[in-house]
Design a protein around this ligand. Structure first.
Ligand SMILES: [Zn+2]
Length: 160
């Protein structure tokens, strides 16, 4: 018997959350909008089965104003594999709007960040718009530059 479905979202990396809060501040008074991508928890050194949100992806050409954000769907990569979405509410209301609920069907977790974008000014929702818990996890994320700078030892680590 499996305790967790393999696709379960365990939490969000602290760095990813901080990134989105900062981006929301910078985008104010307009909405900030991005998609959440995850990594397998075990690849991050956690002894749990599931997915950790590690990345916030901004789609080029996304246009926003104080009450909405419109993603240019032509710019969404075919292989994006998002686990959910994240966007800000410059009015500070930490509840999904009717328009939000229409888009929540795609993805397992949807985060709304509200002004003033402090550390606790966010909530997570499921695809039905109901609040869900989402742990903030202090995981070590790969520095993207390391990809170009690997050593021979790194070539052997994928053998588990
Ligand atoms: Zn919204």
């Amino acid at each position: 018997m499996r305790l967790f479905r393999s696709g379960e979202i365990l939490g969000i990396a602290e760095d990813a959350l901080e990134f989105a809060l900062e981006a929301s501040r910078e985008t104010h008074p307009n909405e900030y909008m991005g998609f959440l991508r995850g990594e397998d928890a075990r690849s991050l050194g956690l002894d749990r089965r599931g997915t950790v949100v590690t990345d916030v992806l901004i789609i080029p050409g996304t246009e926003s104003d104080p009450t909405s954000a419109t993603v240019n769907s032509n710019m969404i990569p075919n292989d994006m594999r998002a686990v959910g979405s994240i966007h800000s509410h410059p009015n500070g209301v930490l509840q999904p709007s009717d328009a939000d609920l229409d888009t929540f069907g795609n993805g397992k977790v949807h985060i709304i960040i509200g002004a003033p974008y402090e550390r606790t000014d966010w909530r997570a929702f499921d695809q039905y718009g109901d609040r869900r818990s989402l742990d903030v996890l202090d995981v070590e994320l790969d520095d993207p530059e390391e990809f170009f700078d690997f050593t021979e030892d790194d070539l052997d680590v994928d053998d588990a």
